[in-house]
Design a binder for this molecule. Structure first.
Ligand code: SAH
Length: 351
């Protein structure tokens, strides 16, 4: 079994390189190629001798993301990628352009085990979790692809909101965060990273210990157990009150604002009563609510709420002092929400 070289931090790589009898500075060179230049093979590392490149190739595997499909929105600059991993599994990522820079939405697992009833990523369950290198490679492959047109292209923000539940792949996701924020690599500021979870409560408490600098997003989508357990099975394990208590502990310990995601589904979770219940539960919590018109997916019957409904819901929350934004949907013409492209693309074939 070859070692997954892209999942090693600089210190671990240095130890390995020294164990191979090579000088320390080689580790720095290789790390730079992998994590700054986004190299996908040892052959690209032109300041290493051919012999050394071959030696490395024998000992290490570079886990890459190969572009299988790329969809470009005609409405905005959103690009959606379907990537093939070294073992042939596929994951999706999305590149979005905002005034403040480029954001990449990455996947943390192939599929997902959480079974939220409105979500396309979870329909066939979770095939496997991604290695740190495979989460990184989504960003690196997008960087390479876009550097071809714009050599100064750089990703400034990351959201862990693609396929998978990041806190169900806790260790690898934390290692990914360590590597992506490292100054020897792409050096993305932790403050520009959001991690989204469906609410795995014990892991939220684990995170508190780490005093993270990134933003925690919690997919709430309902104000009470009755509705939430119906659309999010995870709620049967950790209910709304228990989840909000963990969120409160998180904001108390870190002084960081939590972001609550709320996908508005017509007739399910979008009534005035829901808004009032939510307002009462969030009052006094250091938080922000993102209202999102639900994406309609082929596999279920949910309909998105009207814009008027979103505005009315928002108004009720705001009246109670709960800051709320209505999120603009990007890439509407390319099914930019995750899970759908992978499902619709047969291995090696057309959609
Ligand atoms: N597992 C994580 C992150 C992945 S999904 C989580 O649950 O937070 C990123 C966000 O998209 C989550 O808020 C998720 O609930 C939401 N989502 C999934 N399917 C959706 C759909 N059809 N419409 C709107 N939002 C959806």
């Amino acid at each position: 079994m070859k070692v997954d070289i892209k999942s090693l931090n600089l210190q671990e790589l240095t130890t390995q390189i020294e164990d191979l009898g090579l000088p320390k500075f080689r580790a720095k060179q290789i790390y730079d190629w992998l994590h700054k230049q986004c190299a996908e093979s040892f052959d690209e590392m032109t300041n290493l001798s051919k012999d050394l490149r071959q030696k490395l190739d024998e000992a290490y595997e570079i886990k890459n993301c190969k572009i299988v499909r790329r969809l470009e929105s005609q409405i905005d600059d959103t690009k959606k990628y379907l990537f093939e991993l070294n073992d042939g599994e596929t994951v999706e990522s999305v590149l979005m352009k905002y005034k403040y820079g480029y954001t990449v939405c990455v996947s943390s697992q192939v599929g997902c085990n959480m079974k939220c009833s409105f979500c396309a990523s979870t329909i066939d369950g979770c095939v496997r979790s991604l290695e740190p290198s495979e989460i990184l490679s989504q960003i690196y492959a997008i960087t390479r692809d876009n550097r071809a047109e714009d050599k100064d292209f750089r990703v400034s923000h990351i959201v862990l909101m693609g396929m998978g539940e990041p806190l169900d792949n806790y260790d690898n996701v934390l290692k990914f965060l360590e590597l992506i924020t490292n100054e020897a690599g792409l050096n993305i500021s932790a403050r520009n990273i959001s991690l989204s979870t469906c609410g795995i409560v014990p892991k939220i408490y684990d995170l508190i210990e780490k005093h993270p600098q990134f933003t925690l997003s919690v997919s709430l989508h309902a104000p009470n157990d009755e509705i939430r357990s119906r659309i999010m099975p995870v709620n049967k394990k950790w209910g709304v009150d228990e989840l909000l208590e963990a969120c409160k502990a998180y904001t108390d310990a870190t002084s960081r604002r939590i972001s609550f995601e709320y996908a508005m589904m017509d007739g399910i979770n979008d009534t005035d009563e829901c808004a009032k219940e939510l307002r009462a539960k969030l009052k006094g919590t250091l938080c922000h609510v993102n209202l999102i018109p639900a994406n309609e997916v082929r596999e279920n019957d949910y309909k998105r709420s009207s814009l008027e409904r979103l505005q009315a819901f928002s108004k009720i929350l705001e009246a109670g002092g709960v800051t709320t934004t209505i999120r603009r949907s990007l890439g509407g013409d390319i099914d930019a929400s995750c899970g759908q492209l992978r499902r619709n693309t047969k291995k090696g074939g057309e959609a």
